[in-house]
Design a protein around this ligand. Structure first.
Ligand code: TXA
Ligand code: MG
Length: 335
């Protein structure tokens, strides 16, 4: 199959992408977080193609993207008050709700779970496409299972060229890490994945604390509850072995001198006086989120086998950046 390159700025290309999706084909689409690999969520055979193209484990459920709140409500059995509050505050945007799945959504979308993950993306091309297609779109990140999520159309092609019908190119993704996944089927909302909407933002709108899944890991050892299926897989993983180094630049240097890694992944303005190759991933949490996945791809392109990484802060959007890095490092953290 030849993978078509489509332009999100072209109305004709959006219409073509919508036609392909209605016909049961796979199209990679831009969102504000990362590129998604979309298929008609109500077409079981189309959704099965997503798992095949990505090499995704069959028990890892997908997020369904919808045009608005009304379409979201039509796919779930109940719409709790917390969903209403959070949708008013954060939709369209990088927040995914877990709710009880309505039967007309095929079980394959949720890998057989009785629940469904839903979000309304804020990216204008994604909205235009959802409107033009007129169907809900199941879309995991458009990478090969296990590799870093794509934040450029070229990342999608690197992983999936020839396996999907088209890529709708809209340039770099504005946020750069995936959506926050929040389980709303419980009395107290449970954070399954930190992402584009921060814990602080969620708690401020809800006026109460939320719970953090212990599967977020060693990072957050004190809280407890059940994990999301996706969490058991090694995600965002470059081939290189990453080690996160906590603490200041001085202790980072000390560690680097001792370990002699192939390369360093540091903040944008760190002054590095060591004779080692360096990649940078920004200073603010927003810059770091935007740049992280592209840098992880570069680490592999450069053939680095061992990499020391400056540990980001864990507040706000930083928690999502930290979570992706910790998983890329298979939880190796020192300092
Ligand atoms: O920003 C995003 O969320 C991107 C863009 C394309 O929207 N999508 C994305 O999808 O990151 P994916 O498949 O890479 O990650 C979905 C996560 C997985 O960890 C999965 O296990 C979890 O959401 N998930 C999906 N459905 C679930 C469910 N019913 N219950 C619990 N977790 C679920
Ligand atoms: Mg993914």
């Amino acid at each position: 199959m030849r993978t078509l390159m489509l332009e999100a700025s072209s109305f004709a290309d959006i219409e073509l992408a919508a036609q392909l999706l209605r016909a049961g084909e796979l199209v990679a689409i831009p969102t504000e977080t990362v590129y998604g690999l979309a298929a008609n969520a109500l077409d079981e055979a189309a959704v099965a193609k997503i798992f095949a193209a990505k090499g995704r484990p069959q028990d890892n459920p997908l997020i369904v993207h919808v045009y608005d709140r009304e379409q979201a409500q039509s796919l779930v059995k109940a719409w709790p008050f917390t969903a209403q509050r959070l949708a008013e505050a954060f939709w369209p945007g990088p927040l995914t709700f877990i709710l009880q799945r309505e039967e007309r959504v095929p079980g394959i979308v949720s890998a057989g779970l009785s629940t469904l993950a839903l979000r309304v993306p804020s990216h204008l091309a994604a909205q235009a496409l959802l409107w033009a297609a007129g169907i809900p779109l199941a879309a995991p990140s458009a990478n090969r299972s296990g590799s870093p999520s794509p934040t450029l159309a070229s990342h999608v092609l690197d992983d999936l060229n020839g396996k999907i019908a088209a890529v709708l190119d809209a340039g770099p993704c504005a946020i750069g890490v995936e959506s926050t996944v929040l389980d709303l089927t419980r009395e107290i909302p449970l954070l399954l994945r930190p992402g584009g909407v921060s814990v602080e933002q969620l708690e401020s709108v809800l006026g109460r604390r939320i719970e953090l899944s212990p599967a977020l890991a060693h990072a957050l050892p004190t809280r407890e509850a059940a994990p999301s299926p996706g969490m058991k897989y090694r995600h965002y993983a470059p081939r290189a072995q990453l080690t996160l180094v906590r603490g200041d630049l001085r202790s980072f240097f000390d560690y680097a001198v001792r370990e002699k890694p192939d390369g360093l992944l540091v903040f944008g303005s760190d002054e590095i006086s060591l004779n080692l190759p360096v990649l940078r991933y920004g200073d603010s949490p927003e810059e770091q989120a935007r740049q992280l996945f592209a840098r992880l791809r570069e680490v592999d392109e450069l053939g680095w086998r061992t990499v020391l990484v400056r540990c980001p802060p864990k507040e706000g959007l930083g928690l999502a950046v930290y979570n992706r890095l910790l998983r890329a490092a298979s939880f190796r953290e020192v300092g």
